[in-house]
Write a protein that binds this ligand. Sequence first.
Ligand code: ATP
Length: 793
Amino acid sequence: MADDGLLLNFELGDAPLASQVKFKGGRWRDRVRAQKTVNKDHQVAAPTADDEADRPTKRPRTDDDVPGRRFKVPKANSANDKPPSYAMKTGQISSGLFTSNPAAVSAFDDHRAEETEPAQPSNAPLTDEAENFLALGLSRRVAQHLATKLDMKAPTAIQKSTIPLLIKEDHDAFLQAETGSGKTLAYLLPIIHRIMALSLNEDGTSKDIQMHRNSGLFAIILAPTRELCKQIALVAEKVLRCTPWLVCTTVIGGESKKSEKARIRKGVNILIATPGRLTDHLDNTKVLDVGTVRWLVLDEGDRMMEMGFEDDIRTIIGKTREVPLLKQNSEGVVLDGLLPTRRITVLCSATMKMNVQKLGEISLEDAAHITASKSELDNDSETGNDAAFSAPAQLKQQCIITPAKLRLVTLISLLKSTFARRGTVFKAIIFISCADSVDYHFSLLKSTAAPEIPAPTPDTPDTPPEKPNPHTETTVALASYITSPANPKVVLHKLHGSLAQPVRTATLNAFTVCKEPAVLITTDISSRGLDVPAVDLVVEYDPAFSISDHVHRIGRTARAGRAGRAVLFLLPGSEEGYTSLLGTANPVAPQLYESMLQKGLATAVNLPSADSSAESEKQTWSTRAEALQLHFEQRLLATSPGGGSADRGLKSKGAKGNKGRDIKAQDNPLLDAARQAFRSHIRAYATHVRDERGFFDITQLHLGHMAKSFGLREAPGGIGGGVARQTHTTSAQKGVMSKPAATSRQSGGGKVGKGGAGDKDDDGLGVVDETAARRMREKMMGVMNAASEFNIG
Ligand SMILES: Nc1ncnc2c1ncn2[C@@H]1O[C@H](COP(=O)(O)OP(=O)(O)OP(=O)(O)O)[C@@H](O)[C@H]1O
């Protein structure tokens, strides 16, 4: 077994451990574990000639050192000499950060990546003076309201194409335009305009008929997530302020059905819903009358299909169509003429997937296909390249090729350089593959300083006790080793589908309205449709499960013509080939992690220990990276209860009692979280869509190296699907496994470099076999398709 630069700082003594030691008694698992430990130690104690030749140097590192060469942590020479902060203090073994990393296979030009100028915005409002909402056929009242209250004077390209059509003609429509191009208003404005026309003359004066919330339900809008529903409702409410007698509301999972029923009973004209909850209401809420419904909008249609809502959507379409269309409402107001004479379905998506076509077949009849007209986009859509079709042209995309072991420190460097200057980035979103990993990284990146204690409220009997804010646990300060004097306070948020709905809503709201620089760590729950102002940076720390998810994730920035930057983390090797899918309209510039580390760690890292800052001043970027990594690893080794929650706890008790490697999870919740996050991450990795598995090939994943990016010194077992059992593969099997690495990569369009991830088995947990990967995929897809991440009701 290769030692992969394992560094030891405890004395083994001269006597080699006897390899023939046999363990008897106890459970067989314990015997096997003990035997393994002896064998491992024996190998360390009796190095081979090759090991001797490869012995690390003792000099401290400088910037000239080539990362990847081994080095040894200097030992303290005397009692007064303090070891450097990155020295092992706990008798633990740690694999070197810069050793045995697979080389990237691409050619890089970091300068080109930095210098590429973003293109002209492709999703901005049109600039021609003649372009305005009035000219599209909207009423003066709505156009003025948009211009004066919402600061929207000119339409975007998709609005220009859609609004006149939906006002004048009773066509079904399929709206396809890139992220952030204003699709929501493209379908909402004509609907609101036509409902308003029932009670307003063309000149804006009132008719005799006064419409109100009980005049009928005219439109249903379906969206895949609760957050998106709430957001659409917010946009609709803003527009409806110019016509306050009309009402919209939401019915979504996770909220009280009783209060939803009550709102429906009071009357609603536009209903925004998740498919599952609406089906429930259609079955059980008698007051929900769909006889007057003229529009059914399916927003983010492909996502709803992906999430397994096909049956619900079929039911909703069936139930709305089977009820005869009423020409008059219950008050005798004639609807036909001003409202469409048939039921209209509008389907929206930024990407064009096969499942959208299927949804189109289910829901659309004789539909107009409306796109933002750009010849380049048309070409891309002809070639079936979803990603190129939809990424806004002004969005600057980068990808960082980072070996697994260096992922965490590279992420910190990216954040550190991002917040180094005031005003460079206001808000950033980090996408992570699964909820467990979001929870863990949130704990790791949050400040360990004592939270501010709120001033005590006067104890008067009249004052009601203050309700605890639901997002106090999900909105905290970012760690001081990331912030800078220019941005001393950065607010950190987390969001995923396993949080309770009030927490989700409050957290998203806190991130949206946050006036400080802010970071949101999240899963794909935030990838669709969310429109948070001032998001300047999107980081895909874990690549998306499909190229269209990637498009939606990066589309959270560069919205409505604004600038934006997206950074994608890829592993060296087959993952590099993924850049070929990312489109030609705004090519992705690959960068090597070194430049990011050099940039982010150019200045001292302010780790929590008292002497760390002064020490860090003297260090180079690579030693700072190692110090950071060690800081994370030591936090996981601390045995104090709640060791991960406060560095004060770590400082006083952290180093005690860690003689062995077997620290129990209950001793340190952060360690438990790290292990759980790692397992969930590996399982999630197996769920990349079939077409992209050539790039994200789980059989090539090096579990030991990946564990390091979670601050773990070895990969925990219990991943499921047989992965852990790969420690016992025979050498013949290993040989077989490393060869298909090449073929599977080639089939995925990527190239294989020597020393690619998975070519070593240093931690005893290397590559994963395909059967196990398949089983994991099946399991995970089952779990994910059940939409648990999105908690849709
Ligand atoms: N005509 C306009 N002028 C200025 N801003 C606009 C205009 N239309 C929409 N916007 C703004 O553009 C942003 C994006 O709009 P919207 O969320 O509808 O985009 P989208 O196309 O649905 O994006 P996604 O595909 O990501 O869901 C919003 O902040 C919205 O307020």
